[in-house]
Structure formats: C-alpha cells, structure tokens
Ligand binder design. Structure first.
Ligand code: ACM
Length: 560
C-alpha cells in the first residue's frame, strides 16, 4: 500500500505559516522510530505512543534517535517566545521530526498537527494492513492559537452522555485543538453529578420517567425512563483525561433557574410557599421551567455544600498548564421571576436586603456565590444574565444572547467568552431542507460558522483583550444519542475550531472555498474516527427523523 500523505495545505485548523523545508522528501515512520522526549514533553510522548502507536502498530519506544529516525519533542520557550505557551514549531526532514513548543501544551497541539500530516489512517485505532508505509512530508510549520479559550459545551443534562462518550468528545476536541470543556451537568431535566452529602440529587434527580421527543410543541413522547450520572470517580477520570490533553474542564451547576431536577430531589429547595414542590418530578419536556430555587439561607447552604464537593472534584491547576481549570460556571440564565413575585419568603428577602426587585434578588444570589468562590481562590463564570443588576470584579461572562452581554461585560472590565446563540449554538439546523432531523430555529450552515467573528467590532483594543475566546454549545434537547450529537457538531465544529485557533481575515474575506477543499481531507479523518457527521449532500436516511417536530424557522423567538 502506498503512503497516504496529507499535505500541510490540508490542515484543520489552518496553521499560522507553513513552508516546504529543504531538502524535500519525507520522514518515514516505521518500526525503528523512537520518541526522544525532552523534559516537560512526557505527556505528549505518552499520547503519541498510545494514539499513533495504535494506528501504526509501531512501539515508538524512548530513544535518542542516533541510529534511527526520531520524533524529537522539546520545550523551547526561547525559540517560540513569539508564539506563546500554546505555540509550536514543527520541522520535518528525512531524518527527524522536531516538534518544539512554547510549553507542554504547544508540544501537544503540534502532535495533533503531526497526526494530521500522517494521513487519515492515523486516526484509526489499529493498522489496516501490515507493511503500510507511513510518511510525513518535509515541512516547517509555525503555529499558535488566536484565542486562549477555545471551548465546547456539552449538555449532558437534557440527554445523558455516558462517561465513554464524554472521553470520546475530549479526544475529538483535542484533535481540533479545542481546550475548554464546558460540562453542563445540571438542568431542569436531570442532575448528573454525584454529590455525597446530598445523595438524592442523583438517586432522584438523575432520572425522568419519559422524555418529549422533538421540540416542546411536538406531541410525541419517548415512553421510557431516561437518565444517568457520573460518580465522583468518573469525574476524576474525566478531569484527568482532559488534563492529559491540555483541556480545562469547567463544570456548570446551573442556579437559581434550570433547577427543577434538584427541587424534585429536595423539595425544600423550591418556593414551597407558592407551589407544592413535593409534587414536582424531574422535568420531562423542554423549555424554561418556572420552578426555580427559593432565595433562602437553606438554599445557599445547600449549594455551598454542593460546590465544596465540586471544588474538590475540579481542582484549580497550580502549574498554570490548565489556565481555565479554576473557573466554576454557575449558570444564572433564564430564571423566571414569577414564583419569586408570588412568594412571601422571597418578597421578605427583597425587603430585608433593601433590593429594588426580583432582578436584584437574582444578582444578590449570584454575588453570594461569586464572593464564596473568590474566597476560595476560584473564579465565577455565568451566562450574560448575571450582568443584570451588577457583577463583582473578577467574574467572567459567557455571552450567549448575541454579542451585547459580551460588549457590556468587556466594557465593564469583565473577561468574556463569546458564544452567541445566533452563531455557535450547534443545536440549530445546518440546512433549510425538509430532511434535517428535528430542525431547530434558524439555519446556521458550515459557511455561517466559518464566517463567525468572536470579537465584536464595538470593542476597542483594550476592551477586546477581555475576550478570553469563544465557545460552541451543544444543547441536547433533540439529540437523544451520540450519533445525533455528532450530526449537529460535525462538520461545523471543524469550522468553529478554525475560527477559534487560526488567524482568519475579516468574515467576508475568509476563503470558505479553500476551507471546503481542506474539509475533503478532514471528512476522511472524521470517517476514521467514526464521527457521524452531516455529509455535505445532506443527512443520510438514518440520520433523519421524519415526522418529529422541531422549532419552526419563523416560529417563536429564541426563548429556548
Ligand atoms: C442558554 O442557552 N440558556 C445559556
């Protein structure tokens, strides 16, 4: 079988610069190739041995390469100072592959590029045939990310993704040089995190009796129990697996709205003076539940207890290698105020605290956890609603309702992650055709995502420094299994990864045709990885969901 070489012009995300090194030719990876791993690169060496070792069948033992070809891994902040800790250079000639990173993360991202250069079969888990020739074309690559926060949110509350599926998504993120996993662990429809001191959160809150099939207007139900949760050891494994891939995990415990599953488990958390919260169950349909947390001391103490366990499970990295591991996302979005308006307890609290209204009560609730986290050396991040009513210094904002929240937050000196529903909510349909499965809201094509610009032009240069980066969000109301998640995520996540990593020109000037050409190679990588992406020609028959209603194109405005 001949070598199946990928050229540097087929890389996704596109690197900063590439050039053909002299002399021309290629490095041959074979059974004699060793890995010469300098200090600080041991993790990438382990990853290469596991991943390329499996795909090629070569052992890739440690060595100095004196008698054979070597993959040489080095940390060289001096040489790569312009590129930063996540930047790298990759030099390939006939004798060696030399990968130098500004820091350990840079070496790891360079290893992702090396895997792409070996061709799509490098994304398989076993060699297809013995005797296959593996080559890397001689080249020089210089690369560094545009944004520090290159995130993906996975909603495991609406539909549960078992641990194996989460680990798989971490691998998919790494292959696309994405580095923040926003783990949406709790919502009205399920609580997915074992909390030892409050066991009913998962005993009760992780399960629902049935599930709406389709958008909330759909008449269909899936009449079977659904649920699941991660044990604390599952979480430790997930966090460690992510760390090996230089991915920070940011857990989200969504309060004070999106909390019906917690209230179903512990009815005293709800507004017991407004409704009979003992009658609530984990929600089985979609939308924004009106059953929100009561603003009581009991609720605050309960969630402090939850967060104490969360902080232990999601440690802040003290080495600086996982820059966003100290963040805790507390949600703060979509908290209907109707129950608080009707609750004597909530009204008494507003009066006691001298607050103007229920919006200020929500700010007080968020500020409590902002201070609580800060006292423990952590940083709060929340959805842009947390800006309403003022926000403490140090908290960061995820701007989802368009750019406005992000603009306001950056102007007020807060760090921002830009993830507008209008651009990077991958639950939205990716084509207008009638065969899109459970089509939600507006059409956002591959090209739309490719032309997404995270930094709003309204920000001046100093304000724009507050843009930590960007994130794509996978909300799973209508994604009942991993094939459906894959379909919504891919290929658009590849375009998103390029927006987050590469230094693209202004949206109108981006070379989408060139990106599509590179996608031809990338689809083959996704095939080898077993990703159930949407083909450019449209959904395959089994990817369709005939008769299952989504949210109409011209339907209700984006209240989720
Ligand atoms: C959100 O989509 N409610 C953050």
């Amino acid at each position: 079988m001949s070598g199946d070489v990928t050229s540097t012009t087929e890389l996704i995300p596109a690197p900063l610069t590439t050039g053909a090194a002299a002399p021309s030719g290629a490095f041959v990876l074979d059974g004699t190739t060793v890995i010469d791993a300098g200090p600080g690169t041991e993790g990438t060496a382990r990853w290469l041995r596991g991943t390329l070792g499996a795909a090629t069948g070569f052992a890739l033992p440690p060595g100095d390469g004196a008698d054979s070809g070597a993959l040489r891994l080095r940390i060289r902040p001096d040489e790569t100072v312009r590129l930063g800790p996540e930047g790298y250079t990759l030099h390939v000639d006939r004798t060696a592959v030399t990968l130098s990173g500004g820091g350990p993360a840079g070496v790891f991202w360079g290893a992702q590029t090396l895997r792409q250069l070996l061709g799509p079969d490098a994304f398989r888990r076993a060699p297809l045939a013995p005797g296959r020739r593996w080559t890397v074309p001689a080249t020089d690559v210089e690369d560094a990310p545009r944004f520090r926060w290159r995130g993906l949110l996975l909603d495991v509350a609406r539909h549960f993704t078992a641990k194996e599926g989460v680990l798989r998504y971490l691998d998919l993120m790494a292959a696309h040089k994405l580095n923040v996993f926003h783990f949406h662990l709790t919502d009205d429809q399920g609580w997915r995190l074992e909390i030892k001191r409050h066991p009913k959160l998962t005993e009760t809150g992780a399960w629902r009796a049935r599930t709406k099939f389709g958008h909330r207007f759909s008449p269909l139900w899936e009449e079977k129990p659904h649920g699941g949760y991660y044990t604390q050891d599952d979480i430790r494994e997930i966090v460690a697996y992510a760390a090996e891939r230089h991915i920070s995990v940011v857990p989200e415990i969504d309060v004070p709205g999106h909390s019906q599953a917690a209230i179903a488990a512990y009815p005293e958390l709800g507004n017991t003076d407004v409704i009979d919260t003992t009658a609530l169950s984990v929600w089985d349909t979609w939308g924004v539940s009106s059953n929100v947390l009561a603003p009581t001391d009991n609720t605050l103490h309960f969630f402090e207890g939850v967060l104490e366990e969360v902080l232990e499970l999601f440690p802040a990295d003290v080495t600086g290698l996982l820059p966003f591991s100290g963040f805790i996302h507390i949600g703060g979005d979509e908290c209907p105020k109707d129950q608080w308006r009707r609750s004597p307890v909530a009204q008494a609290r507003i009066k006691e605290l001298g607050l103007a209204d229920e919006d200020e009560l929500q700010s007080w609730f968020v500020a409590h956890f902002d201070n609580w986290l800060r006292d423990r050396g952590r940083r709060l991040i929340g959805w842009d609603e947390i800006l309403e009513g003022g926000l403490a210094k140090g908290a960061a904002v995820a701007s989802w309702r368009g750019y406005q929240g992000g603009i306001a937050a950056a102007r007020a000196g807060h760090d921002v992650v830009v993830c507008p529903e209008q651009h990077v909510y991958l639950d939205h349909r990716q084509a207008a055709g009638p065969d899109e499965p459970v089509p939600i809201g507006f059409v956002r094509t591959l090209e739309d995502v490719y032309r997404f610009e995270p930094v709003p032009p309204e920000l001046d240069a100093r304000q724009a420094e507050h843009v930590l980066g960007t994130q794509a969000n996978l909300w799973t109301e209508v994604m009942e299994n991993h094939a459906r998640v894959d379909y919504q995520a891919f290929p658009r996540l590849a375009a998103f990864a390029e927006v987050a990593w590469s230094r693209l020109p202004a949206p109108a000037e981006r070379d989408f045709a060139g990106f599509e050409r590179r996608m031809a190679a990338h689809y083959r990588r996704l095939d080898a990885l077993g990703v159930d992406y949407r083909p450019p020609s449209g959904p395959r028959p089994w990817q369709q969901r005939p008769g299952v209603q989504g949210r109409p194109l011209d339907g209700p405005p984006p209240s989720r």
